[in-house]
Design a protein around this ligand. Sequence first.
Ligand code: ADP
Length: 387
Amino acid sequence: MRAVLTLNAGSSSLKFALFSVEDEPQVLASGLVERIGGADARVRARSATGESTGDETAAIPSHADALERALALLTRAVPEAEVKAVGHRVVHGGPDFEAPLRLDDASLAQLAALEPFAPLHQPHNLAGIRAAASHFPEAAQVGCFDTAFHRTQSREADSFALPRAYYDKGVRRYGFHGLSYDYLAGHLARKAPLLFAGRVIVAHLGNGASMCAMIDGHSVGSTMGFSALDGLPMGTRSGQIDPGVLLYLMEQEGMGAAEISDLLYKRSGLLGMSGVSNDMRALEASTAPEAREAITYFTTRIRREIGALTATMGGLDALVFTGGIGENSVRVRDEATDRMGWLGIEIDPMANSRSDMLISTPLSRVAVMVIPTNEELVIARAAAHHA
Ligand code: ADP
């Protein structure tokens, strides 16, 4: 059976899924390797119907070893699958890559040159590509870029007010979570074409969180910029911060780049503010006032960005919640849309509590929706194109 593999390689994790190649790829099995590099790495997989097809703990030194382990479980689950193409999630496609791409030595070198722009993610993404290329030398390796969806943005949307030389050197607002936005744009195009053709904000709220403004399915603005730090606060990332704070930390606290990076990426956001957890479920369950404050900060920033992105588009027709928090947290959706009647947003509390696809009232001028994202499917579709 012709199949495609999708890989999403993080610093110490590898998410994988196997899809059949049909008009619309169908998932056959999927899984996750965690703690790569450790002696107690864990690899597990499950079939399309959710049954476990393996759960092992072992020393897994590298991404190449992780891939071998993953393939062993997938082969056990779907022995008849023949992998014809491998689709990779790649965080950074730079200013040029605006669509998925079959990778060759030249494009891989271009992606490696972008490592300084995303040092925490890009090298691991590329390690996954190299591992897959060496295991499947005949298969197409297809890169799917988190930045690609935003390449339609205007110069004023993707610039900083710095001397032009920095823009030319690549210091721009790239935007991320593009695979998720691509999925949702496609979903709206099929299920709600009138909204798709209008002005839409998608709020992708997970461990990482960002929002995207789309007109006619094209990105015209996003809350993430040069890095995946900007915009909304996240599980452990700060979100928008006055650059003066960084100067202060350097000059007065003597912090270096590595320490500031650790602070902004790993110790801030919901975790840093609450001192309780980076996990929204834990914050919602907590009685600590700091946990409540962290949620309020999160939802206040979402409300602020709804206003800003709406102004960018000159109005709003639909607001879509997605990601682990967006799809599941009744409270976050409620607080993020509270007192927004002035903008034509009116939530039906019952529909919200059920996480219905449409959670706005019939009189709400803006359609407010909950739509589960599927980034793997976007990667699988791109890979299937080359299978
Ligand atoms: P990632 O960005 O790593 O893919 P997810 O999209 O899975 O993350 O989102 C993880 C977040 O979703 C966590 O903060 C988690 O607490 C939150 N989440 C998942 N289910 C719920 C729920 N039922 N209620 C509130 N938050 C939830």
